[in-house]
Design a protein around this ligand. Structure first.
Ligand SMILES: *Cc1c(COP(=O)(O)O)cnc(C)c1O
Ligand code: SF4
Length: 446
């Protein structure tokens, strides 16, 4: 029996984008200058927020430092000072929209819109050798599916690594509208056990549409698909999706049917801060999912201004465990968009992870991290050590382009400023890391 939803307020949901910045009631109390700063940044980086985030997640007494405000609203520091001034100049003289758009396009192109070659890295081919857009098959046992209509989100994270696809350039989208092609591919790949449906946020899709991706996976010819994961931030940005939306009950029924068909179904929930777990509606949504046998795991990047403190993570993980959510990943954010504003050096990220882990139940120590999803694989910072008179990072692959790279400790010179794998140098005088030659050969091989 599903948990009753009577008495829970139905929220139709109001969405605000860049054009509506002047209409957001809560912003009216800000000084004009600060609102103008937001308009300037929002003309470059995508902005979208809803009334739930505004009214229930942001603590307006604490802005601008409030973490959810930082997570969703444009801030002046997100653009380099000179870039900001150029765009602000156009706004000050009330330049044409076309001039603003042209400058925005130029600035965006310089913000590394596609970190790690997301556009075509690891895109598999069908029988005839045609690329299957919207699929990624990087690690043997798991395939990522990007449904075309799931490539937006209920609200936008200001640190989003998929921001480029939100600013209107359709060519930048990596998505498939073709669930049949996905299934054909999976039928021919019996080594695949895991399907990860991701986005954007697949939970922006109507249940009817999501069903076109999930239901075919339940057929006997796809028995080798045993685990289905859905990546979403809806539990944070729009928990009503699972409770009072017109097709919320249909969604729960679809997920329950998937579980009853014998699949392990996990919601990979993106939670940036414990505040997102603190509302009645979020808790109701979590409980409803758990009631039908859906597992919830959590993941998020560690970010300056949002969650770069150990006590935020220990509270986040502790709350999650109490609510039946399994902490899974702490990520390192990729170098894209407003990365300069959010970046946390690797050494600092590891300290946050370690100090948070010290204070939590063993049930929360399932979480891996901090991890970088880089070209060669998912690399975790396991620690900082002093070995043979050198200070080094101890690293390991959690997933590798070659499965044999997994779990072999390797070492890099400690660098307190480094924020990504490609800035690290091998320790102990080695010329390159153990996987590099093989990875280069793979890349050249296409
Ligand atoms: C993280 C990731 C997966 C899943 O890896 P797990 O270790 O199973 O969580 C699959 N594909 C890609 C491209 C990934 O980045
Ligand atoms: S939920 Fe994920 S895809 Fe959506 S805006 Fe946030 S980081 Fe980007």
């Amino acid at each position: 029996m599903l948990m009753q939803t009577r008495g829970v307020r139905i929220r139709p949901g109001r969405i605000y984008t860049q054009r509506d910045l002047d209409r957001i009631p809560e912003l009216k109390r800000l000084p004009d200058e600060q609102r103008l700063d937001m308009r300037v940044v929002a003309s470059v980086l995508p902005f979208r927020v809803n009334d739930y985030v505004l009214e229930e997640l942001i603590d307006w007494a604490r802005i601008p430092e409030d973490p959810i405000f930082q997570l969703t609203f444009p801030q002046r520091g997100m653009l380099a000072p000179a870039t900001f001034e150029r765009m602000a100049g156009l706004h000050k003289v009330q330049a044409d929209q076309s001039a603003i758009d042209a400058l925005a396009a130029e600035i965006r192109a310089a913000l590394n819109p596609h970190p790690g070659g997301q556009m075509d890295a690891n895109v598999p081919r069908d029988n005839e050798g045609f690329k299957l857009p919207g699929l990624q098959h990087k690690y043997r046992e798991s395939v990522l599916v990007f449904p075309a209509k799931g490539q937006t989100c209920h609200a936008y994270c200001s640190y989003c690594f998929r921001w480029a696809q939100f600013v209107g350039d359709k060519a930048l989208r990596i998505a498939t509208g073709n669930a049949a092609a996905v299934c054909n591919y999976l039928r021919r790949h019996s080594e695949v056990t895991d399907v990860l449906v991701t986005g954007g946020d697949p939970m922006v899709m109507k249940t009817r549409l999501l069903a076109t991706y999930l239901e075919p996976l339940l057929a006997p010819d796809l028995e080798h698909i045993r685990i289905i994961r859905i990546g979403t931030k809806a539990l944070s940005f729009w928990p009503y999706r699972f409770v009072t939306d017109p097709d919320a009950d249909d969604l729960l029924a679809l997920l329950e049917k998937t579980v009853k068909a014998g699949k392990r179904l996990a919601i990979m929930a993106h939670f940036s801060h414990w505040r997102e777990l603190d509302t009645g509606i979020a808790r109701t949504a979590i409980q409803r999912l758990r009631d039908i046998g859906v597992e919830i795991r959590s993941q998020a990047p560690v970010l300056a201004h949002v969650n770069d403190a150990a006590d935020i993570w220990s509270r986040l993980w502790s709350e999650q465990v109490a609510l039946g959510i399994v902490p899974y990943y702490m990520f390192v954010a990729r170098d894209t968009g407003a990365h300069c504003y959010f970046e946390v050096p690797l050494g600092r990220a590891w300290e946050i992870y370690r100090n948070a882990l010290k204070r939590v139940s063993g049930l929360a120590r399932t979480v891996r991290g901090p991890s970088m999803s880089a070209g060669p694989g998912k690399v975790e910072i396991q620690g900082v050590a002093d070995l043979k008179g050198e200070r080094v990072f101890v690293l390991r692959f959690i997933q590798g382009r070659n499965p044999d790279w997994v779990q072999r400790p390797f070492f890099a010179d400690y660098d307190e400023k480094a924020t990504w794998l490609n800035q690290l140098r091998p320790a102990f005088g080695e010329k390159e890391f153990f996987f590099e030659a093989e990875y280069r050969a793979m890349e050249d091989g296409g």
